[in-house]
Design a protein around this ligand. Structure first.
Ligand SMILES: [Ca+2]
Length: 122
């Protein structure tokens, strides 16, 4: 019985560690490469060239709520190595959502800096 309990405890601990360390996104770094077929959002201008930051990437169609990755209001540059472009959404309290379509690479986002809350990939 005691052996069984220890076994369960070890399995549970391993599962916890694996869940915590699951690489939803890589650690902050610089100038991360955006793979072919992916849309990548960067935390800083110029694709994190000059400062360590996070990069998030997706290759599948659908809506991505950036809060699910702790990345709401954090995007400062975009690489689009997929096809079809990206629709960005800024959610405003009490007002209609704002949308902006991106297609290609953007080393800065102007007045959309740190505003994107969701993206939709076709
Ligand atoms: Ca926003």
């Amino acid at each position: 019985m005691n052996v069984f309990r220890i076994g369960v405890a070890v399995v549970f601990s391993l599962a916890t560690v694996m869940a915590v360390s699951a690489p939803a996104t890589a650690l902050p770094a610089r100038s991360q490469v955006c793979p072919s077929g992916y849309v990548c959002l960067y935390e800083h201008n110029d694709f994190n060239r000059d400062a360590d930051g996070r990069m998030l990437k997706w290759n599948l169609a659908g809506e991505k709520k950036l809060e699910d990755w702790g990345f709401r209001d954090k995007t400062s540059s975009i690489r689009d190595n997929r096809s079809g472009g990206v629709r960005a959404t800024n959610v405003l309290a009490g007002r209609p959502d704002q949308h902006k379509d991106y297609n290609g690479n953007y080393s800065s986002l102007g007045d959309w800096n740190d505003k994107i809350d969701r993206i939709t990939l076709p």
